[in-house]
Design a protein around this ligand. Sequence first.
Ligand code: FE2
Ligand code: FE2
Length: 242
Amino acid sequence: MLDLVHRWIWRDTERRAQKLLRFGATETDGGRDLVRASEVTPDPLLRRLYLVHGIDEHRHGEMFRRRGGELLRELSVDSKPKFQKFQAEWLAPGGHGADDLDVDNESDDGLLAFLHISEKSAAERFTVYRDVLQEDAPTREIFEEILRDEVFHMNYTLVQLARVSPKRHRWHIWRARLSRLWKSYLRLATALAGVIGSLVLTIQYFVLLPPFAWLAKRQQRREQPGWTPIPPERNDSLRRQY
Ligand SMILES: [Fe+2]
Ligand SMILES: [Fe+2]
């Protein structure tokens, strides 16, 4: 069932292009966070690994953006939509999630656990996207190539977490998992609040506004046309502002 939904999401060229461009931005953003992590970590091995990881994410961002641009150029001018396509962002989100990483305030074990969970989820999602993109070989190859890197990221973060925190690495992973779950819930709740808000405002528009419009029109009919003389006590020369 979910496979069919993903097939539908990725079938449309315009939506596919916009998704790839958004994925590109997420990957590049992740790359910047990792470069920052390599600057602040006191661990020499992690510094090298974060840097390699950051360069990988930057490359993924460029690959997604390039392909997204190609797809947009392939679309003819006539078929340009007048509005932004529905992106189904909560059904097919970017690989690393939209969670912003606070690298400066995160310890290496917390960061590694967060990265491990994010990379695992990216690898799972990209596997699905690769499988449903059978009709678009170039995009499929990009997912295939990026997937190999994500699997490496997923594995090295777990190995390094076990090294820097041999006794508490499982606890860190659970904490990262719960934090991710909580952020997913907040995203869902925000989306739901948006839908409910639009619904309530639409009902208000059709239920509360008509009486005011009717009163305003009635008042307008009572207004005398043209200039109206004002009482003499208000007709003094201006001595003050009010
Ligand atoms: Fe990536
Ligand atoms: Fe990655």
